[in-house]
Design a protein around this ligand. Structure first.
Ligand SMILES: [Zn+2]
Ligand SMILES: [Zn+2]
Length: 176
């Protein structure tokens, strides 16, 4: 993780290895079974295509409310978001308790929600950024490593996940 900043510069001159070990299923697979990405040293996503899709689907099942398409088909959620945004202007403090934070940390098992890597320290991350109408409620808070936290910033979570696994946002929508 420490080397990430230095890695990003050489996106055009990456030598992709013929095969790679998926850090999720831990199987060594042909490089064609990994998405290309500009965010790793070897130019390949850290998890294989199958694991990536599975993780996206699992994430989607756990957090359907964070899926843009789901939100579009449930306009009441957007109204709720608008109301939360108004409320936030009044009191951005939210309702997160120390207990909530402890249980979020426990749930993640010391790993970043997005890249899945063990990380210390883990930052509290608003899955839907406050600027995008996300709430300060525990359902909208997860943990992220410093790198993911910074890279995701206020972007829609699905756009960030698409970038993370090295696919285009349109391809992400096709998976969902
Ligand atoms: Zn895998
Ligand atoms: Zn991360």
């Amino acid at each position: 993780m420490r080397a990430n900043n230095a890695r990003n510069s050489s996106r055009d001159s990456i030598d992709r290895p013929p095969s790679k070990r998926c850090c999720d299923c831990e199987l060594t697979k042909q490089s064609s079974e990994f998405y290309s990405t500009t965010t790793t040293a070897d130019g390949l996503a850290s998890t294989c295509v199958m694991c990536t899709k599975r993780r996206v689907i699992e994430y989607n099942e756990k957090h359907p409310e964070h899926n843009r398409l789901y939100r579009q088909s449930h306009p009441e959620l957007n109204i709720a978001a608008i109301n939360r945004r108004r409320a936030r202007k009044v009191a951005a403090g939210g309702t997160l308790t120390a207990n909530d934070i402890a249980s979020i940390r426990k749930r993640c098992g010391g790993r970043c929600t997005y890249c899945g890597k063990p990380a210390k320290p883990l930052h509290m991350d608003h899955i839907v950024a406050l600027d995008n109408g996300g709430s300060n409620d525990k359902s909208n808070i997860t943990v992220a490593c410093g790198n993911c936290n910074q890279r995701k910033h206020a972007r829609p979570v699905w756009d960030f996940l698409a970038e993370l696994v090295g696919i285009k946002p349109e391809e992400m929508r096709a998976i969902l």
